[in-house]
Design a protein around this ligand. Sequence first.
Ligand code: PMP
Length: 436
Amino acid sequence: MTPMSTSDTPGTRLDPWFDSYAARAHRMRASEIRALFSVASRPEVVSLAGGMPYIGGLPLEELGAMAQRLIVEQGEVALQYGSGQGDEGLREQITQVMALEGISAHPDDVVVTTGSQQALDLVSTIFLDPGDVVVAEAPSYVGALGVFRAHEADVVHVPMDADGLIPEALDRTLGELASAGRRVKFLYTVPNFHNPGGVTLTMERRPQVVEICQRHGVLILEDNPYGLLGFDSEPLPAMRSLSEDGVIYLGSFSKTFAPGYRVGWAVAPHAVREKLVLASEAAILSPSNASQLAIRAYLEHFDWQGQIKKFREQYRDRRDAMISALEEHIPEASWNVPDGGFYVWVKLPEGLDAKSMLPRAVTARVAYVAGTAFYADGQGRDYMRLSFCYPTPERIREGVRRLATVIDAEMETVRIFGTGGEPPSDSVDFPSPDLA
Ligand code: PMP
């Protein structure tokens, strides 16, 4: 069937089906990160924008041989449909991975998903009605905000400090929402090496957050892709290890191994787990057997913990390169020094606007993500997220040096005119984050 012509339907010139979309489709926006990818991935641009792991650090030859063996020797299973809940052998191994963070789970509790991103979507599908509230850290992972928006939920932010989510602020916000008659469905939290905040929820605060949510009858959605990527310390116990009934835990192989296989997982209270499997079967029938068996073979035949140790060292070197470059070139800004993960969260000098400055940064061949991407309510213009996971230390230093020239020029404009310059219209082919 061909779309009706624009003369048959109001629609728009570009999209004749505009008026047919569900309300939730109108709420969908390209993430500011996605819009950046097309520009930031040009080789001449140093991208401090995306959270892409350093795949070059993996033993690619051996992984290639493993993938070939998998198809030749187990192709009849690897290339077939599989179980909706995920491969049982992999679920067993996942319980061993989670044991490193103090979680004791049975393979039956685990649902394998297509990255933890799909798990975010499944949890939202089974819990969120339009107008429900999700409480989340300020700032929050942009991909989660997109999922919550697509499910027509309202996100209410709770502040963090250097020790992570602030328990008193959480308690107060949940109290106020209850008094206002709002239905809070869950707290979305990234307790370790936060994306984008870089901070980790302290050991002391973890039971406090669990207790507060329990008292208010609010489920916790613990999203933990970075927990094993601490630079100097052993992993802290997951919130799931403190409360089995009150926490849905999400894990992923994307950052500790490779995102290309798209394998993550959810661990949930028993009844919730049933619903997750049903929702996943409705969405995708079953997660990829080929990917799951590849991860299984990797965990079985490779020194995966040794690989994580190597990643931690590589990422620590990159973090150090970024912090020392910031100290040298942009001392007027402030930032936290993350103990793990991929991100530094930078507060710009007074009067600067990361969003409007972005096209000028890309013209200077450096990319970052403006802080506004990480809030549901338009805050964050004075922040930017810098990722140190992908570029080499040398490129990181060069990227920060380029960024410094843009910030210096911007500060000069602010000094003279009292506000930053407008985005230049002709200097760079830069897709608007709201459209691309
Ligand atoms: N949660 C967080 C906090 C993330 O940073 C990411 C990836 N950037 C994801 C979830 C999704 O990861 P994946 O789907 O690759 O497991």
